[in-house]
Design a protein around this ligand. Structure first.
Ligand code: PGA
Length: 322
C-alpha cells in the first residue's frame, strides 16, 4: 500500500487541487469552494509536500500544472468517478433499491415468513434475501455469532443484550386425528390430555420447550410416543394415529379446517403466544433490515385476522387465553 499517500492525502485537498487546475487560479478556486485564498494555498502546499514534487509552475501571472501535476489531475478524475459511484450506491441503499437482507428464522416461522418476504420483495425487487430456517437452539447460536441481520423467534430470548419486538400472533393448539374420540369433547383438561400418546418435536425446538413446560407446571408427565424433527412429519404422524401434538396454528394454516387434522378443545388453549423480531441491541440495523422490520410489523394485524378466522373454522375461540 502507498503508505505515504494514504496517510497524508485527503479528498478535500484533491478537490481543491482539481478546482485550481481547472480554473487556473488559487483565488477563483477559493471562490468556487467558499474558502479563503490562504486556505487554498495552504492545502496545495501540503499536497505538494506529500507528493514531494512541484505540482504547479508559475508562468507570468498564470499557474499551470507540471507534468506530475497533470498526472495527479488525471488520477483525481478517476478517484472522483469512484467517489461519485460510491455516492450513488449509498443513495441507492438509502432509497433501498438494492442490498441484502439476511434472516434467521425459527423452524415454525417458515409457515408465514415467506409470504411476508414475498410482499416485501415486490416492494423492493432488487434486494437479495438469504433465509435460514432452523430450530431455536441453532437460531440462538446464530445470534451469538452475528450470522444474520434479523431473527424471528417464537419466544422472547431471556437476554438483555437483545431487542425483541412482538409483531404477530403465534397461537399454540392441540392437533389430533380427525376421528379421535376427544374431538367430541369440550374443555378437555390437561390431565386428560397427558394420558394420550404425545408426539414431540426434537430437542432444541421452541415448541417442544413450551409443551414440556406446560405439563411440568401442572406436575404432569405426558406419555411421549415419538420425537420428530419437523412439524410436517408430526402432522403426518398425527394423521397416522400415532398420537396428539401441540403445534403452532401456523403449521396448519394452508390446509385449514378442511385438512386432515382436527383441533382439540383443551382448557387454556389456544395458548396465545407471539412471534418476535430479534436483533442484538449493540448492532445498528441495516436500512434494509429496518425496512423489513417495519414491513413485518405492518403485516401483524392481517396475520391476527387470519389466525382468528382459522380458529373459528375449527369451531374454537381465539379469546380462550388472550
Ligand atoms: P420451533 O419454535 O420451530 O423451534 O419449535 C417455534 C416456537 O417457539 O413457536
Amino acid at each position: 500500500m502507498p503508505e505515504n499517500l494514504l496517510r497524508h492525502l485527503t479528498l478535500r485537498q484533491l478537490q481543491i487541487f482539481e478546482a485550481t487546475v481547472r480554473l487556473g487560479s488559487y483565488t477563483r478556486a477559493a471562490e468556487e469552494l467558499f474558502l479563503t485564498q490562504p486556505t487554498v494555498s495552504m492545502q496545495i502546499k501540503k499536497l505538494t509536500e506529500t507528493v514531494g514534487l512541484p505540482l504547479f509552475e508559475h508562468i507570468e501571472r498564470k499557474i499551470s500544472p507540471t507534468e506530475v501535476g497533470q498526472e495527479l489531475y488525471q488520477a483525481c478524475m478517476g478517484m472522483f468517478d469512484i467517489v461519485e459511484n460510491l455516492d450513488s450506491s449509498i443513495a441507492s441503499f438509502k432509497g433501498l433499491k438494492r442490498g441484502r437482507l439476511r434472516l434467521g428464522v425459527i423452524t415454525t416461522a417458515k409457515y408465514f415468513i415467506p409470504e411476508i418476504l414475498g410482499g416485501f420483495c415486490r416492494e423492493y425487487p432488487e434486494i437479495d434475501i438469504s433465509l435460514k430456517v432452523t430450530n431455536r437452539d441453532r437460531i440462538l447460536e446464530r445470534i451469538s455469532q452475528g450470522e444474520d441481520d434479523l431473527y424471528v423467534l417464537g419466544q422472547m430470548p431471556d437476554e438483555p443484550a437483545l431487542e425483541s419486538i412482538s409483531f404477530a400472533p403465534n397461537p399454540m393448539v392441540v392437533v389430533a386425528q380427525k376421528d379421535h374420540p376427544l374431538t367430541k369433547e369440550r374443555n378437555i383438561t390437561l390431565e386428560r390430555l397427558a394420558q394420550e400418546p404425545l408426539i414431540l418435536r426434537e430437542p432444541g425446538s421452541g415448541i417442544r420447550d413450551i409443551t414440556m413446560r406446560l405439563f411440568r407446571d401442572k406436575g404432569l408427565h405426558p406419555k411421549v410416543r415419538l420425537e420428530l424433527g419437523s412439524n410436517e412429519a408430526i402432522k403426518h404422524a398425527v394423521v397416522g394415529g400415532l398420537g396428539v401434538a401441540l403445534l403452532s396454528l401456523h403449521t396448519i394454516s394452508l390446509e385449514g379446517a378442511a385438512g386432515p387434522v382436527a383441533l382439540l378443545d383443551v382448557e387454556g388453549f389456544p395458548v396465545q403466544r407471539q412471534w418476535y423480531l430479534v436483533y442484538p441491541k449493540e448492532r445498528n440495523l441495516t436500512l434494509i433490515a429496518t425496512a423489513f422490520l417495519e414491513y413485518a410489523r405492518k403485516a401483524g394485524p392481517e396475520i391476527d385476522v387470519h389466525m382468528e378466522k382459522l380458529l373459528a373454522d375449527f369451531g374454537l375461540n381465539a379469546q380462550t387465553s388472550k
